[in-house]
Design a protein around this ligand. Structure first.
Ligand code: KG4
Ligand code: ZN
Length: 339
């Protein structure tokens, strides 16, 4: 395959990120400015504040990514950017920046799907990984089971019918007083708790083996908290966190293994912020080992939002000949496989 060094930009939510990636597999730099502290004050991401902060930070983050890679724009082959899905204001900042760079430098512009980016984080971590494989994508906005048929070619087997897995982590964390961002906090507190202390439901979605539903589980946790309060019982935060986490992990593991077995593929990968959850990583590692399925997972830093994963995805789009014009726009509801 041809060689290409790509500058990538990611601003779809609350991380202002830029990276330089060579041939889709090698990180030359990966700069992430996290806005989390700013949004923690409000208990979640405030889109207007995120947009404004992206504008303030993007030039600096991009300059740092180039500097750390020891590159000038003239050393690059393309500029890539997440153009959806995500929050429209934040996405627009990255898209505008990438278009400006493309216009000024003459570099080709490549718009990247955010989920394709998450999946491609695996290519950076595992140089031997090639499609086809099954991938579980679990993040704050998405829970998808995907067959990666080839580079840039996806079949979505299942998705969440309501809340994404990460969203459930964030909402339950808030309800038990852990605050934002919930996922990492529940992960940590759950280590001190008993995962079998409370029997929360494992939701089945009627006609599908692969779709997920997490809003029922979230309601079950809220009901449990209410009933404890009414009875004057104090809750054990660690037990609630561990039992809730176990319910999510069980469903994600069961559906993932059903998909892998049904597809007859022997390779399984995970991606997205929730993929950094330690209990989920352990459960999937064990389930794959029992079935002699090769298990791939990015390091936690590459699971949560970053631009290196966008640079990895962009390389395979570049090789496939995908180029976008300066009319590229942010598409908040972009579907996977739509270019
Ligand atoms: O992929 P990501 O950084 O952003 C989106 O594209 O949504 O995912 C963020 C989500 C948040 O909901 C966060 O609570 C969750 O991933 N998350 C975790 C963990 N780390 C991040 N969930 C469970 N356990 C973790 N260790
Ligand atoms: Zn993401």
């Amino acid at each position: 395959m041809e060689s290409a060094t790509i500058l990538a930009i990611e601003t779809s939510c609350d991380e202002t990120a830029a990276a330089v990636v060579r041939n889709g597999r090698e990180i030359l730099s990966n700069v992430i400015y996290s806005q989390i502290d700013l949004h923690t004050l409000y208990g979640g991401v405030v889109p207007e504040i995120a947009s404004r902060k992206h504008i303030e930070k993007i030039n600096q983050v991009m300059a740092q990514a180039l500097k750390e890679a020891g590159m000038e724009l003239s050393d690059l082959d393309a500029v890539a950017v997440t153009y959806g899905p995500g929050l429209v204001g934040p996405l627009l900042v990255g898209v505008s920046e990438a278009k400006a760079v493309s216009f000024a430098s003459g570099l080709p512009l490549i718009g990247v799907h955010h989920i394709e980016g998450h999946i491609s984080a695996n290519y950076i971590e595992h140089h031997d990984l090639e499609p086809p494989f099954v991938c579980l994508v679990a993040s704050g906005g998405h829970s998808h089971l995907v067959v990666v048929k080839d580079y840039g070619e996806y079949e979505v087997l299942g998705r969440t019918r309501d809340d994404a897995a990460g969203e459930a982590f964030d909402k339950v964390a808030r309800a038990i007083g852990l605050g934002y961002p919930g996922g990492p906090k529940i992960d940590k507190v759950a280590r001190e708790g008993d995962p079998d202390a409370i029997a929360f439901p494992r939701a089945k979605v009627g006609d599908s083996d692969y779709d997920f539903s997490f809003s029922g589980l979230k309601s079950a946790v809220l009901n449990y908290l209410n009933s404890c309060q009414m009875k004057g019982e104090t809750i054990c935060q660690a037990d609630v966190a561990a039992s809730f986490q176990k319910a999510v992990v069980d469903v994600l593991t069961e559906h993932s293994m059903a998909a892998v077995e049904r597809c007859g593929l022997r390779k399984f990968a995970i991606a997205g912020g929730v993929a950094s959850n330690s209990a989920l990583r352990q459960a999937l590692e064990k389930a794959c080992a029992e079935r002699e399925i090769a298990f791939y997972r990015p390091s936690p830093l590459l699971c949560t939002d970053n631009a290196a994963m966008i640079g990895a995805a962009a390389y395979y789009e570049y090789v496939r000949g995908v180029r976008h014009g300066l009319d590229l726009n942010a598409v908040p509801g972009l579907k996977l496989g739509q270019t």
